[in-house]
Design a protein around this ligand. Structure first.
Ligand SMILES: [Zn+2]
Length: 594
């Protein structure tokens, strides 16, 4: 292996986007964007059924240029805000950009409306010469039956800024202020949610219980208000998507945006529901390892071994690069580019956004990655995860700005796959039985959290959207939520009453209805892909690289079909669960010989 420089934790540099946030520089960016939009508005009379393909392509490129510039600006202010969410200047800049974007979107709206309204023959003539823009153009036309008049679309966009989006921001503002109190070894700590939930994985069962009880005490205090916000958002979604846009059901609107047929999503959710026993078996096994008669909901992420390894930042980077290089040296090289470009913010600082993400504001620039690295094994996994996203986006960067980004159901492919590469590498090198067991248990813990838990959120959303339409109260929604938990866990896990507030603590169901099933989709897909990799070895790699390199330039069903994967039958999704099932088998055997 080549020698790696020793990486240190640092802030990132945003210089590739803008040299600074100086008012003069920002003002110039605003004016330049404004100018581009004004120019684009002049093409309006030229948009006719007989527009020449040369002119059409020029307009498309013009719109793309405008989008790239907008992405650069938004990316910059958003990343700057993530660095320090308490920075007032960054906050107001972000708000200003959001308002500006709603206005600019409205001024360029005429293009997509014209395009969707064009007769098939004219659209086909233009798509035939559109090259890599083709799928983007085709996707837009899927929405033709659900599109309103220009005036109506403009009203919705403008009213959303102060309506649904504002409600969603209000939810964020309310919940981001929460602090949680937890008594640890005789000392009362005041914690953020991220810091509190570290105790969900603590070895001490009382601390685990106390952490969850405190979480839902705080959310429960505001439960009726948070629930009310949810009801309003859900009604807004139905009024718009079903009432005005005539989607068959609330979830159908999300499915079309993901370009997935309704029946594929229905099958996915059915199979998740059907496979409850796989995780039930895992939870019962976990109870035995922990020496508990029964697992409580507080214990599902409990560690089975008290193996508290710490890794330095340089060690972690080395392990991640090494596991990528083992798969393909190109993967390690692409991951390392993020470090070399200084696009990684890994420090833990007050006011910095929690969690982790990878962002590619301009499709052909090296992505930016945010981590809050503290040296825990899960931090190493997160590093692999986010760098997986960065690899995906670099492999797809040759596409247009409209077709580079993978659609939601495929967006977690490279990241989840990267985590599996890391775990495999660690297992291959680890000789300590307790650490190995811990790694395997964590793998199933994570599979539970990304597949079953998220699928059940989506199942709850489906019910909640119906119930809210029929005037259900917040208490009735809470009761229904508790029922879905009881169905999910059966007799394997005991669920405390306070968990009826869990749904008001899930930002995704507020911000992006039905977003969550994409996690289950992605993880089950990757389990199947990884299985193929193990069987086929080298032969698999080219196919995998092709899936990633396609980015968002093809429909997910088609893209996967070309890679030999048919996601339409139930058996495909079952295959993913079978992989988890065999992991649980392995752990059960392990317990017998222990
Ligand atoms: Zn991810």
């Amino acid at each position: 292996m080549n020698t790696l420089p020793t990486y240190q934790q640092s802030r990132w540099s945003l210089a590739e986007l803008f040299a600074s946030a100086e008012p003069s520089e920002m003002q110039q960016a605003f004016s330049s964007l404004e100018q581009k939009v004004a120019q684009f508005e002049t093409i309006r009379p030229a948009l006719t059924e007989t527009v020449s393909s040369a002119d059409f392509m020029q307009f498309v490129r013009q719109l793309e240029e405008t989008n790239i510039e907008a992405g650069r600006l938004y990316g910059f202010v958003n990343l700057q805000f993530s660095e320090d969410t308490q920075n007032q200047a960054a906050q107001s800049l972000l708000a200003r950009v959001q308002q500006l974007f709603a206005e600019l979107t409205n001024r360029t709206l005429f293009f997509s409306l014209w395009w969707k309204d064009l007769p098939d023959t004219a659209a086909e003539r233009l798509m035939a010469v559109a090259g890599d823009y083709c799928y983007w153009l085709e996707e837009m036309r899927h929405f033709k039956p659900h599109t309103l008049s220009e005036a109506e679309e403009k009203i919705i966009n403008l009213k959303d800024v102060t309506g649904a989006s504002a409600l969603s921001l209000l939810y964020d503002s309310l919940t981001n202020r929460y602090t949680f109190k937890l008594e640890v070894e005789g000392e009362t700590k005041e914690l953020t949610r991220d810091a509190l939930m570290v105790y969900a994985r603590h070895v001490n069962p009382d601390l685990r219980a106390a952490a969850y009880q405190e979480l839902y005490r705080v959310y429960g205090n505001d439960g009726p208000i948070l629930g009310q916000i949810y009801q309003a958002l859900v009604r807004d979604w139905r009024n718009e998507q079903v009432g005005l846009r005539k989607f068959a059901s609330p979830i159908s609107a999300r499915n079309l945006a993901n370009d997935l047929p309704d029946r594929v999503v229905d099958t996915l959710l059915e199979i998740c529901q059907k496979n409850r026993p796989v995780f039930a078996r895992f939870f019962k096994l976990k109870a035995r390892w922990l020496g508990m008669p029964h697992l409580r909901r507080y214990d599902i992420y409990a560690p089975v071994a008290a193996a508290d390894k710490q890794y330095t930042f340089a060690q972690s980077a080395g392990m991640v690069f090494d596991s990528f290089a083992h798969f393909d040296p190109l993967f390690a090289e692409l991951a390392e580019r993020v470090f070399k470009a200084n696009h990684l913010d890994s420090q833990v600082r007050k006011g910095k956004r929690g969690g982790a993400f990878c962002s590619t504001p301009v499709h052909d620039l090296t992505p930016w990655v945010l981590l809050n690295f503290q040296g825990k094994p899960s931090d190493v996994a997160t590093m692999a995860h986010e760098l997986g996203h960065a690899i995906h986006s670099q492999l797809a960067s040759k596409h247009t700005a409209f077709t580079a980004h993978a659609s939601l159901p495929l967006a977690e492919t490279a990241s989840t796959f990267a985590e599996m590469m890391l775990v495999d590498r660690l297992l291959a090198e680890e000789t300590d039985a307790a650490v190995r067991r811990d790694l395997l248990f964590r793998q199933v813990d994570d599979a539970y959290a990304t597949i079953q838990r998220q699928a059940y959120f989506a199942l709850f959303e489906r019910q909640a959207h119906e119930m809210a339409d029929n005037g259900a109260s917040v208490d009735e929604l809470s009761e229904t939520y508790l029922q879905t938990l009881k169905e999910q866990f059966g007799d394997a896990v005991e669920v405390g009453e306070e968990f009826h507030w869990e749904w008001v603590s899930i930002p995704h169901i507020y911000e992006v209805p039905f977003y969550v099933y994409a996690y289950a989709f992605g993880q089950l897909l990757v389990l199947s892909l990884y299985q193929q990799y193990k069987v086929e070895g080298e032969a698999f790699k080219a196919r995998y690289v092709k899936i990633l390199s396609t980015g968002g330039s093809q429909a997910p069903v088609k893209l996967l079909a070309e890679a030999g994967i048919d996601i339409t039958p139930a058996e495909f999704w079952q295959g993913g669960f079978d992989v988890i099932g065999s992991l649980v088998d392995k752990l059960e055997k392990d317990f017998m010989v222990y």
